[in-house]
Design a protein around this ligand. Structure first.
Ligand code: NAP
Length: 487
């Protein structure tokens, strides 16, 4: 392959857009982005619940090559982040490359021709040399199998599919779940609802966010001194990066973090009984730490209550719990998270010899550097297995993955290769080391979380500092791949 390979990218979120931009920067314009919705932004378009915002500082939750002096706050909201991504897509000329309302149903690798055949859910087939997944880990809402849910007669929807047409003012609202999404929309909903009941299965560690707005003067300074903006960005990077110390084995920092979180709980919740309900029984970091200023104060409101009894069933107009109580409600919001450990499902990805990704991932997904899977040539995943973080910006990881992928694509062209396929022993060694490292982290400690499978294998999180991931991915080692020349 001496001409630039063709590339199909799945998803126009942070990863897909970044891949497109870097391909264009590398002089490769032979790519198409398939996006199932009608706008760019991915998760930042899907999640439009009230209060949706990012809990990573905006000046580090943006592309390194596209700093934004205009961020309105330390932690900007969903609409602002989506608008930023839209601006990037327009500025870099990506829009003509995007096919909106086009969903990928699956893809199979044709080894003889060295191409992927990508099927859309409309039955169309596209052929491409390289397939890049930018669908991430948090795109398919998890709807729990609660008896009676389908018969509920009020409004019921998932937080990532918010139904704005349902005005919750003066309503009795139930929220199932209390993770990162729930804690952001509970405060605004509590302000308007008649009554809000949170069905909590387990408590979370919550630390204050310390949000603030940037003044016009601050923005002017950022605009005038780009180097200062860059310095500010790296200040956030190192501030976040150090937090891995709390997850990576050594207990002292974790205990300090727990102490801080307990202090915040004490100061925000005067009711000792409620404090007990809200105190986690597992090590900090095992589940995602929640970063918020408004959640605890909202729980202290007289119209808000927390129920810990397990839900037994849902009737036409109420939620019944195992303690025999029945809570009449007008609306149910499922803040129950996402299907995280099945990664690319329900897409059917078939590699060499018809090997199915979902089958080989049966015991738990794994990949080399979270990017490539042996037997699935010329296939790269952004934000794939074991690349999620509990402490820093995922955009940093995504940029590292995109850099690696673009270099692999360039190697295909420059070396006249039909395909690159990571060697099985390379992938095996990498994952053995990764799982060894993960076994010492907070994620492997005793809790259930979306970071791991039902059997306890941590499939979602990276095992170390992000700087280590950056180092490992800065240049692909082509000797780690089976390199098949064009015939
Ligand atoms: P989540 O963290 O997975 O939380 C799901 C919640 O639903 C948990 O409280 C869980 O309880 C509960 N739940 C699930 N199934 C249930 C059932 N059958 N019955 C009762 N409760 C049930 O989901 P999320 O809050 O949507 O957040 C997902 C991820 O999205 C976050 O961890 C984060 O990475 C990302 N996010 C980021 C931001 C940001 O600011 N950057 C904001 C929102 C989301 P258990 O805890 O007991 O399992």
């Amino acid at each position: 392959m001496s001409a630039a390979p063709t590339v199909v990218i799945l998803g126009a979120g942070v990863s897909g857009l970044c891949t497109g931009i870097q391909l264009l920067k590398a002089g490769i314009s032979s790519f198409t982005i398939l996006e199932k919705s009608d706008r760019v932004g991915g998760t930042w378009y899907d999640n439009q619940y009230p209060g949706a915002a990012c809990d990573v500082p905006s000046h580090f939750y943006c592309y390194s090559f596209e700093p934004n002096p205009e961020w309105s706050r330390k932690f900007s909201g969903q609409a602002e982040i989506q608008a930023y991504l839209q601006r990037c897509a327009e500025k870099y000329g990506l829009i003509p490359h995007i096919r909106f309302r086009t969903e990928c149903a699956g893809a199979s690798f044709d080894e003889r021709k060295g191409v992927w055949r990508v099927r859309t859910s409309d039955g169309e087939e596209l052929t491409t040399h390289v397939l890049v997944s930018g669908v991430g880990q948090l795109n398919r809402p998890h709807v729990p199998d609660l008896p009676g849910l389908a018969d509920f007669e009020g409004a019921a929807f998932h937080s990532a599919r918010w139904q704005h047409a349902h005005d919750l003012t003066g309503k009795r609202v139930a929220v199932i779940g209390n993770g990162a999404s729930a804690i952001q929309f509970i405060p605004p909903v509590a302000k308007v609802a008649k009554q809000l009941t949170i069905f909590q299965r387990s408590a979370n560690w919550v630390v204050p966010r310390g949000d603030y707005a940037y003044s016009e003067r601050a923005k002017r300074i950022f605009r005038s001194f780009p180097w200062l903006l860059r310095l500010y960005r790296w200040y956030f990077y190192w501030q976040l990066e150090k937090n891995f110390l709390a997850f990576g084995g050594e207990g002292r920092i974790a205990r300090m973090m727990e102490k801080g979180a307990r202090g915040w709980l004490e100061s925000a919740i005067p009711d000792a009984k409620l404090r007990e309900v809200l105190t986690p029984d597992y090590r900090v970091g095992c589940k995602r730490i929640l970063i918020d200023d408004d959640f605890y104060p909202a729980l202290a409101r007289p119209n808000v209550s927390v129920t810990t009894s397990e839900i037994s069933r849902i009737t036409r107009d109420a939620i019944e719990t195992k303690d025999g109580a029945s809570q009449p409600v007008d609306a149910i919001i499922l803040a129950t998270g996402f299907e995280t450990t099945s990664f690319l499902a329900p897409m059917q990805i078939e590699g060499v010899d018809g090997k199915k990704l979902e089958e080989i991932w049966g015991p738990g997904a794994e990949a080399h550097l979270g990017l490539c899977v042996s037997g699935f040539p010329n296939f790269f995943m952004m934000y794939g297995p074991n690349t999620n973080l509990g402490h820093n910006s995922i955009i940093f990881m995504i940029e590292a993955q995109v850099r690696y992928t673009v270099q692999c694509i360039q190697a295909l062209a420059q070396r006249g290769l039909r395909y690159l396929d990571v060697k099985p022993d390379v992938q095996e060694r990498y994952n053995a080391e990764l799982q060894r490292d993960l076994s010492h982290t907070a994620w492997a400690a005793g809790c259930k979380s979306w970071y791991k499978t039902a059997s306890g294998k941590v499939t979602n999180n990276w095992s170390s500092f992000t700087v280590k991931y950056w180092w490992k991915t800065r240049r692909p080692k082509l000797e780690e791949f089976k390199r098949v020349p064009r015939t």
